[in-house]
Design a protein around this ligand. Sequence first.
Ligand code: ZN
Length: 344
Amino acid sequence: MKHAYNAVGLVLFINLLMSISAAAQSINTNPFNDGPYILIEGDKFISKSIENGKVIVQRSEQTFPTDFAAEATYYQGVTHIAAISDIHGQHDIFLNILKNNKVINQQHQWIYGDGHLVITGDIFDRGPQVLDSLWFVFNLEQQAKAAGGKVHFLLGNHEYMVLRGRLDYLHPNYHQTATLLNTDYKALFNEQTVLGRWLRSKATVIKINDTVFLHGGISTKLLSSQLDLHDINQHFRASIGLSKTAVKQHPIYSQLHASSGPIWYRGYFDAGLTNTVVDQILSILKASRIVVGHTSGEEIKQLNDGRIFAVDTSIKNGEDGEILLFNNQSAYRGTYTGEKIKLL
Ligand code: ZN
């Protein structure tokens, strides 16, 4: 009898422990903020966000554009260009680099005049401030345009991964957002969302004056396919959101999304890459240099005697980073504190 009483007591005790731990869990729920994710429903905009860990769904008072023209591939006559890459959810670092290098002011407004800012991919994944960067870039584009300048947000492998639902690198907050909103995370960027439509208008590779910008790089293997940069953008756009299987089955998409394709390629960082091979690539592209992110380093580097510039400066570590600045024919490292160090 006593034994049975103990067993009941033990069960009660375990239940008590479980309820304490459940209460502790709900108290410990990360009180993060996220969003807004703006859903397009007919002529209405529905805003979904997380405030202090709680879901807020409301009709947005603000209106948004819903049609975004596909970004052009080629640009001419640009006198100053800034290039930064692989922000990876480190929005504060991103803002500090732009402020200290006078692309934006202390109020985060565009002060780069008719210059072009190129983000060579990977705003998504790893860190917790992805939405902050997306909306900031979304707004900065309008300001740059009004001043005669331009912001180019080129898509990297992490944009393509999240948009097709591969979420291995997502910060835990975003998984929690998906759970709280009872949705697949990628659905928050589908074609019925403002950011989803905006992302689908983006380019993956552009050429400004005689410089090509993209996330990974253009390999000789890809060039043998005879695709030009405009074709590459069109095919990439058409492949957004497709499953890995669908991509693999398509003769062109499979090449574009392969490890030798523009968003994954790391061949420019092979020690054995000769200037002759780079010159062959440049001559087909009718370009003088290529600027890439994706492969992380400590600082902005020029490779192959200024034919290649590497601009992923490990912002993902959340400590610091750099920006590449072209002023006419000169190139500089713009450091985290805004120092300009001449490269060319
Ligand atoms: Zn990447």
